[in-house]
Design a protein around this ligand. Structure first.
Ligand code: MTE
Ligand code: MO
Length: 545
């Protein structure tokens, strides 16, 4: 029974500490949140295969899962510390101190951290250690230190008879239970045991209530921060594009564009960076003659263009969902770099996001005439917070990790020899041209169709910045049949394609392949996303009855 209050002491102490640390962070420095800092450090330290597995199996639920894991692990360790502290109170103190130090180190090594960011975790560790010490002294089965010499070993609780159970402050060995002194002290022990139990309950309750209140306040502060960010986003006035997007070709279905709410999201950010547009700055520096720092107003005073661009992730599996197309509003990047005088030796442009992400792009790609841009608008709105508000980079034709930094705050002209960006350091290809791909969206896999009636096979295909020449579909072992390809607004987007089909009864295998405008047929060789993008032909099974 006794271990239950020990375990509870550990949990309550940890809960109170974490709650206090989170509240301090939410009030003063949201980026210094102990839990989120540790989570972010874990993400950075996670080996690539595990990360890939997490993205593949959990998708965007990977982060809630991570946080749940951290919570469970913390709870287990805290419970263990609570149990250990009965015999070794110092262990409890040292254990929670170690927690505090881990959180502090994680917080202070986050990008953009300040030394004061150690404080929330330090508070958490300190409070947890103090709380556990207090609870340890008061919990049932432990005589209060004041009465300890006389009450030793004679607690009236059911579990109170292990001679060494409270060796830290009791002197059991000195007492012979048979002496008359024992008879005299039992009454005192009963009384003090009762008092101690009440003290334990009061302290445990106070700490728990405090933790819950702190948790509530933290939630409130976070919600307030979110809504004030939403307000400043809503207040952003996007300029009318100097060069509007071309009209979509007549007959383009509405789902050619991915709605902002449906656009895939891939990033390592546990909490979305919250950037007040008034505070946003972009520092362009490194191997450049005239380094500058731009505000959002500076940026928006420049010439803006609007483009339809498809963005895709290197982690996308064959047939996968991490691809979307939007109408983006932005400032052409090449013209800006030209004005600043880029050193011809600077073959890499490294973008840094407020989340600490670094993304390296070949300078020659950014300047080869394609529409690389600093984007501020997505489908007619300011960028959604999850997609990089207030400004992100976009490089047509490259996977996101190689050209499309969200929440961008810095652009450094450097070289590939001198610097490995985040994913490159983790083994991914240094340059990330998006590979040609095609996908069957309808029918969905394992659909039961009606045989002998008209069906349509349809989907998307992309060969970004090269363009799609044709898309073909193979039904079972039949010939490759040319699908109808709807004209796209540019070679920087996907195309939609379709093929009418009257299925015969039975099971069918459908396969798709694309050919780009350079004449290259999409390979059927299978490759995993790591290290430079998946290949293979999307193949699905359906049946007709
Ligand atoms: N700052 C920052 N930018 C980032 C990332 C990130 O984690 N942090 N992820 C990149 C990756 S891997 C991709 S595929 C795209 C995804 O952009 P989206 O989330 O707007 O679809 O953003 C890129 N830009
Ligand atoms: Mo990506």
């Amino acid at each position: 029974m006794r271990w239950r209050s020990d375990l509870l002491s550990g949990l309550i102490a940890a809960g109170a500490g974490v709650a206090a640390g989170e509240l301090l962070a939410a009030a003063a420095r949201p980026g210094a949140s102990p839990v989120l800092s540790v989570g972010a450090a874990v993400i950075d330290a996670t080996p690539t295969p595990v990360k890939e597995f997490a993205v593949r199996t959990a998708g965007t639920a990977d982060k809630p899962l991570l946080l749940t894991g951290i919570a469970i692990l913390t709870a287990l360790l805290a419970a263990a510390l609570g149990i250990a502290a009965r015999r070794r109170p110092l262990w409890g103190v040292l254990g929670f101190a170690a927690f505090g130090v881990a959180g502090a180190v994680a917080a202070v090594t986050r990008p953009g951290a300040e030394s004061a960011d150690v404080l929330p975790s330090a508070l958490a560790g300190l409070l947890a250690a103090v709380a556990l010490t207090a609870l340890t002294a008061l919990r049932p089965g432990t005589a209060p230190p004041a009465e300890a010499p006389t009450a030793a070993g004679h607690e009236p609780t059911a579990a109170g008879h292990e001679p060494d159970a409270a060796g830290h402050d009791l002197t059991t060995a000195d007492h012979d239970p048979a002496t008359p002194e024992h008879e005299r002290t039992t009454a005192t022990a009963n009384l003090s045991g009762e008092r101690s139990r009440r003290g334990f309950l009061t302290t445990a309750t106070a700490l728990s209530v405090g933790a819950v209140v702190a948790g509530g306040l933290t939630g409130l502060l976070r919600r307030r921060a979110t809504s004030s960010l939403a307000e400043s986003r809503a207040a952003v006035r996007l300029p009318a594009p100097a060069e509007p997007a071309p009209p979509l070709p007549p007959g383009t279905p509405p789902d050619f564009l991915t709605r902002n709410a449906d656009f895939y999201r891939v990033d390592t950010a546990l909490t979305v960076p919250r950037i007040d547009p008034a505070d946003w700055r972009l520092r362009i520096h490194g191997m450049v003659r005239n380094p500058v720092t731009l505000s959002l107003d500076d940026l928006l005073r420049r010439r803006t263009v609007e483009r339809f661009l498809t963005l895709t992730c290197v982690s996308n599996e064959v047939g996968g969902p991490y691809t979307g197309t939007a109408r983006w509003l932005g400032v052409p990047l090449a013209a800006l770099l030209d004005e600043l005088g880029v050193d011809p030796g600077a073959d890499q442009l490294v973008a840094r996001g407020a989340d600490g992400m670094t993304i390296g792009t070949p300078t020659r790609i950014v300047r080869d005439g394609r529409d690389a841009m600093l984007a501020v608008g997505m489908n007619g709105e300011p960028l959604p917070v999850t997609h990089g508000f207030p400004v992100r980079m976009l490089t047509p034709g490259l996977y996101g990790y190689a050209g499309s930094c969200k929440w961008i705050t810095e652009l450094e002209l450097t070289t590939f020899a001198a610097y490995d960006a985040y994913w490159v350091e983790r083994g991914w290809a240094a340059e990330g041209p998006a590979k040609t791909a095609s996908r069957i969206d309808r029918p969905a896999p394992f659909t039961r169709l009606e045989s002998g009636t008209n069906a349509t096979i349809s989907g998307v295909a992309w060969a970004l910045h090269t363009g799609i020449a044709s898309v073909e579909v193979q039904i079972d072992d039949g010939p490759w049949q040319a699908a109808t390809v709807l004209p796209p607004p540019s070679d920087d987007t996907w195309v939609q394609w379709r093929l009418p089909w009257k299925p015969a009864p039975g099971g069918h295998t459908l396969r798709v392949r694309a050919t780009d405008r350079a004449g290259a047929v999409q390979t059927d060789a299978r490759a995993t996303p790591f290290p430079d993008g998946a290949t293979g032909r999307h193949t699905i099974s359906v049946s007709a009855v």
